[in-house]
Ligand binder design. Sequence first.
Ligand SMILES: [Zn+2]
Length: 255
Amino acid sequence: MTVLNKTGQKVFLTDYTWKELSELPEKKELKFLLPLGATEEHGYHLPLGSDTLQASKVAQMAAQRVPGVIVMPEISYGSCVDTMNFCGTIHISGTTLGSLVTDIAESLYRHGFRKLVIFNGHGGNKGVADTGLREALHNLTPPGKEFAPDFDIYLLNAYERPGQQISPLVEGKDWGHACEIETSVMLVLAPEAVDMKQAVEEYMPGDSYTVWRVRDMKTVSQSGVHGAANLATPKKGKQVLELLVSDLVSLLERI
Ligand SMILES: [Zn+2]
């Protein structure tokens, strides 16, 4: 079924024909939203696609609230070096991911679109996506000219800005990966995909939701969880989801 926003406009890029898209008024004002996820271990209880699903759903919910937002097909693979030794994690190199982001940004620009927001649901993608966008700006800038001044591009990391409001909701000792918070959100977005009987409490020594030690997580974790996934509830999930969606909405309304 075609998803529409509150003004009746299609939400997903892939639902448009090229002609419909090219004839939309004020092309330069349209805001393109690219969800960035991962295919990565999320403990014994959450599916490998958890980051992709969260980024895509939050993007869709935000786009339905703000007119003039078009959601692009998500990138379902990410930079996952530190969880690579858990079965099923798919890692793509920084070069590959950065190139994908750069190519997508450049394609939008060449069609006359001037606003792009990458909404990132996976911690390992942060620096790579940021670099990819900078490369795009650099490539689109004629020699000696100002840095593509008419292209507004943003990288928003899903859990970064709302983090301070989320932390008081946490009952476990910490949160950060496949944890109480992510599991709660998944209980709202895809309850059938969560196996709470398998949800454990485990912490990776030295990590915290604000500071992450880069290493092979398999050497310090049995389950691949950092947090108290067993304390997840749909009630917390609804609160966190609203924080994530409103954070993205506030950016989309501002640009
Ligand atoms: Zn995750």
